[in-house]
Design a protein around this ligand. Structure first.
Ligand SMILES: Nc1ncnc2c1ncn2[C@@H]1O[C@H](COP(=O)(O)OP(=O)(O)O)[C@@H](O)[C@H]1O
Ligand SMILES: [Mg+2]
Length: 482
């Protein structure tokens, strides 16, 4: 079972089935024992009563047995009338085995059955027990009493009762027990499921809430703590404590990155100004110029890196503000084309831009948008060998603006695709500094943040050696917001 709820319900139901099962069996066995005990008691008292009546009648001097018209010995009619009232089977036998009296129930038996029944008196078998009358039933419990004190002719009495009625009552008892158990199990499963669900509902809520805390930016969230301080309440509190600690350390980390990059900006500006001044100074020694140029390039690269770090740190802190205004994205794409063309020309790559005729209006931060598009165009040119081409396509429709930048470049391996938007991730870190594919590995991380900060998404598709397509999708302002 996948869930604790399911497991609890299963255990609960199993425990109940076992309990009810044992209970049912005990109940049935007890019922059966009692029923047969009562049956046997009744038979024995019938036998004793009959024997008692006969003995008593003889003792006071009344006749017990008399020959009837055909000369056969019979119990005298007065006594027979009394004996008729006794329930179930009853037979009174002559000392030599002849039947002197049969109760109404016994008279309904076949001759063979009567014979088997009455033989019990003279037989050597136990005086009490069960017998199945031939050829096929009924099964009766019987009790035999020999009667010595009722004259020389009287042998004994046998009383018996059909077990069918008892069996039928027991069968009904079993059916009832099984029915009650079934109903009990169904109720138990339903109730168990309900109880488990209610008990675990807060846990499900916690799971959902924790799942929503996806990254450092949602660490400010706290779980709703149930009022009852049970295990789940304590779990929520513990998790909240952990979140608070995480939030603090994340914040400290961001603070540090933001402060560090901020602190680096001023010295870098001073450095850049100094190097530039030396470069443009006609008195500078010409042989130092290449070194200075290289230094300036490194300073520029570092400034870029520091800017990127600061942007991301501020974004993490939620302090990177968007200065939104209505912009025509076509203008920004056109601007990016100009920069892109310079880069492309340099790299021997052709660049092609397709934009719609009508304006593509967005509520966006133009600086950020420019940065986003430039990042993608720069990458496309950078990772496309000479002779390749880059295509920028801007379309709008269905409430969304789509900007795609595709190239015919080196592509990205499928295993690398999930990482391209990670900070500092670069497909090949070894070539970072030296060749013209220099970079920080932060461009796409920033691009992703910009797209998402504008309520959009950024996706990538790529085939190694064939090329790459980055697609930015942004929501167009709906009629309500415009
Ligand atoms: N158009 C592209 N074609 C092939 N690989 C790309 C492309 N754009 C990005 N990448 C890969 O993704 C990595 C991260 O890109 P990015 O964040 O812009 O960093 P950078 O450009 O500074 O290396 C790059 O180093 C490169 O390996
Ligand atoms: Mg880049």
């Amino acid at each position: 079972m996948e869930t604790i709820r399911g497991r609890l319900t299963a255990w609960y139901a199993t425990a109940l089935v076992l309990t009810l099962g044992v209970f049912g069996i005990v109940l049935y066995v007890a019922g059966r024992t009692t029923a047969y005990y009562q049956l046997d008691q009744r038979i024995q008292s019938t036998a004793e009563l009959a024997a008692g009546i006969l003995t008593e009648s003889f003792r006071v001097g009344n006749p017990v047995v008399r020959d009837d018209a055909t000369g056969r010995a019979q119990i005298v009619p007065e006594l027979a009338a009394t004996l008729e009232a006794l329930p179930d089977h009853l037979a009174i036998l002559h000392r030599e085995g002849r039947v002197l009296f049969l109760s109404p129930a016994s008279r309904a038996l076949t001759l063979r059955q009567v014979e088997a029944f009455s033989r019990l008196v003279r037989g050597q078998g136990p005086r009490e027990g069960a017998i199945r009358l031939p050829p096929d039933g009924p099964t009766i419990h019987y009790a035999v009493r020999l009667v010595a004190g009722a004259g020389p002719t009287l042998g004994g009495v046998v009383a018996g009762a059909d077990v069918a009625a008892t069996e039928e009552a027991l069968r009904q008892l079993a059916v009832t027990i099984v029915f009650v158990i079934l109903v009990g199990i169904i109720a138990a499963v339903l109730v168990g499921e309900w109880v488990a669900r209610h008990a675990l509902e807060p846990l499900d809520r916690i799971i959902t809430e924790v799942r929503e805390i996806t990254d450092g930016r949602s660490l400010h969230r706290r779980l709703a703590v149930p009022r009852v301080k049970d295990e789940i309440g304590r779990l929520a509190e513990t998790l909240n404590g952990m979140l608070a600690r995480l939030e603090r350390s994340f914040a400290a980390l961001r603070r540090f990155t933001a402060d560090a990059s901020h602190e680096l900006k001023t010295p870098l500006t001073v450095l850049r100004a100094g190097v530039e001044r030396t470069l443009t100074n006609p008195k500078s020694a010409p042989e130092s110029l290449p070194v200075l140029e290289e230094t300036l390039a490194e300073i520029n690269r570092m400034t870029e890196l520091v800017e990127a770090l600061l942007t991301l740190a501020r974004a993490d802190e939620g302090r990177a503000e968007l200065h939104r205004e209505t912009v025509d994205l076509r203008t920004i794409v056109e601007e990016a084309r100009e920069t892109g063309e310079l880069l492309a020309e340099h790299a021997g790559v052709t660049i092609e831009v397709a934009i719609p005729d009508g304006p593509v209006l967005l509520e966006a931060d133009p600086t950020r948008m420019r940065q986003l598009i430039l990042n993608l165009v720069e990458n496309a040119v950078k990772y496309t060998p000479a002779g390749g081409s880059v295509r920028v396509l801007l379309v709008s429709g269905n409430g969304r603006v789509r900007l795609s930048v595709s190239d015919t470049g080196i592509g990205i391996a499928p295993g690398d695709l999930p990482h391209v938007f990670d900070r500092f991730w670069r497909a090949d870190t070894a070539r970072t500094r030296t060749d013209q594919r220099a970079g920080t590995g932060l461009g796409l991380a920033i691009s992703k943040w910009i797209a998402e900060a504008h309520g959009g998404t950024i996706d990538v598709q790529s085939r190694p050696g064939r090329g790459t397509v980055f697609t930015v999708s942004l929501p167009e302002p709906g009629p309500s917001s415009g």
